[in-house]
Design a protein. Structure first.
Lengths: 232, 267
């Protein structure tokens, strides 16, 4: 299936630009539609995927359901931020588990203690600092601070232990690239939000672009995984 | 927009641009580094493969030397004794039987010659003593004697300037080519030419046989793969050209002195 990737990437980019430029009010629908599509694809090919990709599918499904719930809550004028407060500890657990699988992390027990501590900190932040009716920007910064070093660690490992397969046909590369790319932008946006919030309108569109590219990178990792089922 | 907003606007744009710039640079840098590591891995694998092949060739060569000695020392001696015995018997028997004994003696003599020739050809140590040119001349005589194929061999007048290990492997490659022609090509002539200049040795081998499809032959048998692998070991460039019903041409070129960056290329 990897041979259709170029065509897909081209069509995806064109569609995204068209949606961004001409269908302003449908951007969110497009994002949720993409998430749903990627999740559905993942579920269809689930049995043919390797372990990493199966976890990615489960995560995509979780994100899709979270975003869908958020949109439904907004539609019914109900506060949607609590969903994100729940979303962050789950994502910390997901990245902790997945990087423990794909990276050679020494002292795994200590690593899982750190993961559990970060989950606890994010929950405590939601209770005491940024309550559940506010956007959990601190939680997102925490998640970024966790995901970025892990992706960098994996990149370093990949350089130290390369394999002969082309880089663009490696599941881990696309997964890691998506994580690194998205959380770098997330970290930037939430860390400098007071400055950025005063910036041009398109700054607010950055998370939208970051999100659709992030999950598209994950989707590509699934497609690539179909051709290399027996390895991570 | 007031002044404060303009500044914030600038910060947002500059920060965003810097972030995307850094991300792009990082990804490009990573891809370049990864490719470099992959190239290193590739060369390391090639080196290990070459070492493995070298060891395999050495083992095969040692086996051939042992077989050659066995033929020369044991089988050759036994055949010589049979010949002596036959010559002793021939004095006490009838004329008709004597005729048979004489024919048998002739056959034994031919057998001893063939065994000696085969023993020489198998023994890699002979290449050290006589050089590849002399050994190929022995093979040429042996093949020409069969009467099936005529080998024309052109070569420099003096021994070629190449390490003995590489000469041995080159010799085995040419033996494999001879074998392939004799077994499959249905050829009537083989042209073999060895040329040497200051830096390179070029071997041109051709036959007028039925030719073959290179790719399918490569997948079917180990002969061509052996030739390719051996060329890799001695850092020789191998060029194969075969046309159905028009014969086969093989060109092998190799540098006299190995350099670190020399690699074999194959088709």
């Amino acid at each position: 299936m990897s041979r259709y990737l170029h065509t897909f990437c081209f069509l995806f980019s064109i569609t995204s630009i068209v949606v961004y430029s001409f269908f302003d009010s449908h951007r969110t629908h497009y994002y949720v539609f993409l998430l749903g599509g990627y999740s559905l694809f993942g579920l269809i090919v689930f049995k043919r995927l390797n372990q990493l990709s199966r976890l990615v599918v489960l995560n995509l499904l979780f994100v899709f359901l979270s975003e869908l719930t958020v949109r439904l809550l907004i539609h019914h004028h109900i506060e949607s931020y609590p969903i994100y407060h729940l979303f962050i500890p789950v994502q910390i657990a997901f990245y902790g588990f997945i990087y423990a699988k794909i990276s050679s992390i020494p002292r795994k027990r200590l690593f899982f203690v750190i993961v559990a501590s970060l989950m606890l900190i994010s929950l405590l932040t939601s209770i005491f600092i940024q309550k559940i009716n506010y956007l959990p920007s601190i939680g997102f910064i925490l998640l970024s601070c966790f995901a970025i070093p892990l992706s960098l660690l994996k990149f370093t490992e990949m350089i130290n232990s390369p394999i002969s397969r082309k880089l663009n046909l490696q599941t881990v590369f696309w997964f890691n690239l998506g994580t690194f790319f998205f959380y770098s932008i997330t970290f930037f946006i939430y860390s400098f939000f007071p400055f950025i919030s005063e910036g041009p309108d398109w700054v607010y569109d950055l998370p939208w672009f970051a999100n659709i590219y992030f999950y598209t990178f994950y989707f590509i990792s699934l497609v690539v995984s179909l051709d290399q089922r027996h390895s991570l | 927009m007031n002044n404060a907003t303009n500044f914030d606007y600038l910060v947002a744009v500059a920060g965003g641009t810097l972030l995307f710039g850094l991300l792009t640079v990082f990804i490009i840098y990573f891809i370049l580094l990864y490719r470099k590591s992959q190239t290193k891995l590739h060369f390391e694998r090639e080196r290990r493969k070459k070492e493995l092949l070298q060891a395999e060739v050495e083992i095969k060569e040692q086996t051939l030397v042992n077989v050659s000695r066995e033929i020369h020392d044991n089988l050759g001696q036994a055949a010589a004794l049979v010949k002596i015995n036959l010559s002793l018997i021939s004095k006490d028997i009838s004329e008709a039987d004597q005729q048979k004994i004489t024919e048998s003696s002739e056959l034994i003599k031919k057998l001893i010659d063939d065994m000696r020739s085969l023993s020489q050809s198998l023994n890699g140590d002979n290449i050290k003593r006589k050089g590849i040119i002399a050994m190929l001349n022995i093979d040429k005589e042996r093949i020409n004697k069969t009467g099936y194929v005529e080998v024309n061999f052109q070569h420099p007048s003096k021994p070629i300037d190449l390490e003995f290990d590489r000469q041995t492997i080159l010799y085995r490659i040419l033996q494999e080519l001879f074998t392939n022609t004799l077994k499959y090509a249905k050829a009537t002539t083989i042209q073999l030419k060895i040329e040497e200049n200051d830096t390179e040795i070029a071997v041109n081998y051709s036959d007028d046989g039925i030719g073959f499809n290179y790719q399918s032959a490569l997948s079917k048998g180990a002969g061509l793969t052996n030739i390719q692998d051996r060329c890799g070991i001695i850092d020789a460039k191998l060029y194969f050209e075969s046309t159905i019903d028009e014969g086969t041409q093989v060109q092998i070129t190799l540098k006299k002195r190995l350099t670190h960056d020399s690699n074999s290329s194959r088709r």
